[in-house]
Write a protein that binds this ligand. Structure first.
Ligand SMILES: [Fe+2]
Length: 201
């Protein structure tokens, strides 16, 4: 594999406004995400990880290679978890599974939101499939990713301050409300249907 590259946003920088501003997306994608990719490329040069996809790095690496590799993948995945046409409720098979494992989509939203607003420090909250095929909510600090624990990521929300501080300052709940207005259930359904980890191109 050649060097990892910063994937394009799947929409224009201003497409998620007013919920997430162009200023936030410009910094978050163009500076934060880009820096993780650049640092990763520097760190893996000449190592066993130089030719491995991000999903292998997440499972196998430690230290700086894990942190930057996981952050590179987490952000690529997160961009797809948001959509200018997002929000509302899931449909089809995903809705059925959510009903089975959480009761209702509102119950899932409530539990996921609580995990986001109570996460201590920087990190991510994930909706993931456990090995038995059950949907679970998993909080992870810093660059954490449930792939490392044998779970399949379905949906995530970035709870690092850089994701919301420009738009919402310390109002985490307002950012969480914005996330639900943008949430891309179709992408979540694709991850369930694929049954394998999303690959960053
Ligand atoms: Fe981030």
């Amino acid at each position: 594999m050649s060097q990892h590259r910063l994937p394009d946003l799947p929409y224009a920088e201003d497409a998620l406004a007013p919920h997430i501003s162009a200023e936030t997306l410009g910094l978050h994608h163009g500076k934060h995400h880009a820096t993780y990719v650049d640092k990763l490329n520097n760190l893996i040069e000449g190592t066993d990880f130089a030719d491995k996809p991000l999903t292998n790095i997440i499972v196998e690496a430690d230290g700086g290679i894990f942190n930057n590799g996981a952050q590179a993948w987490n952000h690529a995945f997160y961009w797809h978890c948001l959509s200018p046409d997002g929000g509302g409720n899931p449909e089809g098979e995903l809705a059925t599974r959510i009903g089975r494992d959480f009761g209702t989509t509102d119950a899932l939203r409530e539990q996921f939101s609580k995990a986001l607003t109570t996460l201590f420090g920087s990190g991510w909250v994930w909706l993931a499939l456990d090995p038995s095929g059950k949907l679970v909510i998993e909080s992870r600090s810093n660059a954490g990713n449930p792939l490392r624990d044998g779970l399949l990521p379905i949906l995530t929300c970035d709870m690092w301050e850089h994701a919301y501080y420009v738009d919402y300052r310390n109002r985490k709940q307002a950012y969480v409300d914005a996330f639900w207005k943008l949430v891309n259930w179709r992408f979540a359904a694709e991850n369930v249907a694929r049954g394998k980890p999303f690959q960053v191109q």
